[in-house]
Design a protein around this ligand. Structure first.
Ligand code: ZN
Length: 230
């Protein structure tokens, strides 16, 4: 007799990576509660994408919580006075890093997991193609899992939590191939840091470059809608 996997919280941004993670969690037979955040991101159109992805990906529920991370400032993704750089300008931890974002997101996911009886939390963190974000490293995921099991009633009195980051060692091309095999429609997703109000990708930011390169290496037609450029 195999234990039923039960329910999982899946952090869902509306981008390529988290759409793939939702499909992987479903393949693991979890009933998925998708969790997205309105945190003042300039690419807020991604919340529309997140809703589409949650519906298409078979989530049993999609929650969007409001978090005032943008009020902290300090990131090109939440502060309109800081330009989103072209990929070529990036060196070290880029200005698109959002202070402590994954710690804050996972903390909210942990609270939701404890309340809803989920023992598993999925996050699309990726250390291979990542842009130098410290909270996308395996060490961070392992440390957060330890914290989750120290800091909660479920961790102390119950069976504890697993933080699952199945993309952590995968290249963008591997992620795309995995998603295609699982039937993910990447046309529904938005990865761009600086999309138009209609959701068209800029084609030049770090995230657009990584995504476009991933489709190329995976030998899969890129379904992304790009803004017209001069
Ligand atoms: Zn872009």
């Amino acid at each position: 007799m195999v234990d039923k996997p039960g329910k999982a919280v899946v952090l869902l941004s509306g981008g390529l990576d988290s759409a793939t993670v939702l499909a992987m969690a479903r393949k693991d037979h979890f009933q998925c509660i998708a969790l997205s955040f309105d945190y003042g991101q300039r690419h807020r159109i991604e919340l529309t994408a997140a809703k589409r992805v949650a519906d298409a990906g078979g989530a049993i529920e999609h929650r969007i919580l409001t978090l005032p991370i943008g009020e902290l400032g300090g990131s090109a993704l939440t502060d309109a006075t800081i330009d989103v750089p072209d990929a070529s300008e990036s060196e070290g931890i880029p200005v698109t890093y959002v202070p402590a974002r994954n710690t804050i997101f996972l903390s909210m996911a942990l609270g939701l997991a404890e309340v809803t009886g989920c023992r598993n939390i999925y996050i699309g963190a990726n250390a291979v193609d990542y842009s130098g974000y410290p909270d996308c490293r395996p060490e961070f995921i392992a440390a957060f899992e330890k914290l989750a099991n120290l800091a909660t009633r479920e961790g102390v009195e119950g069976d504890g939590f697993r933080i699952r980051a199945p993309l952590i060692d995968m290249s963008k091309a591997e992620i795309i191939r995995t998603g295609i095999d699982l039937g993910v429609d990447y046309n529904l997703t938005i990865s761009c840091y600086n999309p138009s109000t209609e959701g068209l990708a800029c084609g030049i930011c770090d995230s657009c470059r990584l995504r476009a390169n991933g489709f190329q290496v995976a030998n899969v037609p890129d379904p992304t809608s790009y803004q017209a450029r001069d």
